[in-house]
Design a protein around this ligand. Structure first.
Ligand SMILES: C[S@@+](CC[C@H](N)C(=O)[O-])C[C@H]1O[C@@H](n2cnc3c(N)ncnc32)[C@H](O)[C@@H]1O
Length: 179
């Protein structure tokens, strides 16, 4: 399932509702952990990834009470940040993305596409106003897309068969980004 949210309060509520017992969650852009703290007591592992000092301070404070919370400081657009998270987990049940809801739908989409392709979540939750507006307006006018895609949180363009050729994906990703 891929869920798209517009408003940050709705995002926090929805994310809290969707995190189930013993989930592994990757949360991109937790900021002060206002969504994170709501669901932390239920997860087997939560990896919070953010590049800001405020996030680092807030998440490190939360880590005092939750040993299941890991923090990776880094730019989520970067190959090296993905590599750091891969050292902690090779997959997740839920991928949450909130890089600042009002801006850069293209970047948010790219980040989601890469991270979901690598960590293969069952459910992705994205907050971005531009993407939500786009989905609300857009209609597919091409009947050739009759195929019903599986209801999980990543796209088939990464390939459906296991093993998913992670090395190849990471090579492509490294080539594609410049940070
Ligand atoms: C609006 S805040 C997220 C709010 C949070 N979801 C909540 O419920 O309170 C956006 C966060 O994304 C982080 N962020 C934005 N771009 C980023 C990037 N390229 N790499 C890592 N973190 C990023 C910011 O540092 C900030 O902490």
């Amino acid at each position: 399932m891929i869920s798209l949210l517009y408003d940050v309060n709705e995002y926090r509520k929805f994310l809290n509702k969707e995190v189930k017992m013993n989930f592994t969650v990757i949360e991109l852009g937790p900021h002060l952990g206002q969504a994170t703290r709501l669901y932390l007591d239920r997860t087997k592992l939560t990896v919070a990834v953010d590049k800001s000092i405020q996030a680092e301070t807030a998440i490190k404070k939360l880590q005092r009470d939750y040993s299941n919370l890991k923090f990776v400081k880094g730019d989520v657009r970067s190959f090296y940040t993905v590599e750091k998270v891969l050292k902690i987990t090779k997959g997740c049940d839920l991928l949450a993305v909130d890089m600042g809801g009002g801006r850069f739908p293209d970047t948010v989409f790219k980040v989601w596409a890469v991270w979901s392709g690598i960590f293969k979540p069952k459910h992705s939750i994205i907050r971005n106003r531009g993407l939500a507006e786009f989905i609300q307006r857009a209609k597919i006018k091409d009947a050739s897309i009759k195929k019903k895609f599986p209801d999980d949180g990543w796209m088939s363009s990464w390939g459906r068969t296991f093993p998913y050729q992670l090395k190849k994906q990471m090579r492509e990703f490294k080539f594609w980004v410049d940070i």
